[in-house]
Design a protein around this ligand. Sequence first.
Ligand SMILES: [Zn+2]
Length: 106
Amino acid sequence: MDAPRNGGIPDMSRSFTRFASDRQLQAVYSVMRLLADDDRQRGTLVDSCVWCAACRRDRAAAGAVTYDGILLCNGCATEYEVLHIAGIVAQPHEFLAQGTVAATAG
Ligand SMILES: [Zn+2]
């Protein structure tokens, strides 16, 4: 498995190709998992919660990512990255507007 080696976190704001390859998807998933693991290992965010702008719930702060001032939980950030590299959404704002993850009842 070829994990990204240049410091771990690729520049995800750069435009990718218009479709996502399996490699790209795997890279996204592994990077997002690393972010969460990293936060948990540091211990500072273990019990913290953040309010996710996408799923509109309190979620674990570990692995949460801020895009352009929009805070997404780890799960939503992963989903955003996947849609982003697939060329389906260009901006976090579009991701929120789509409401793809907000539908879960609860
Ligand atoms: Zn979320």
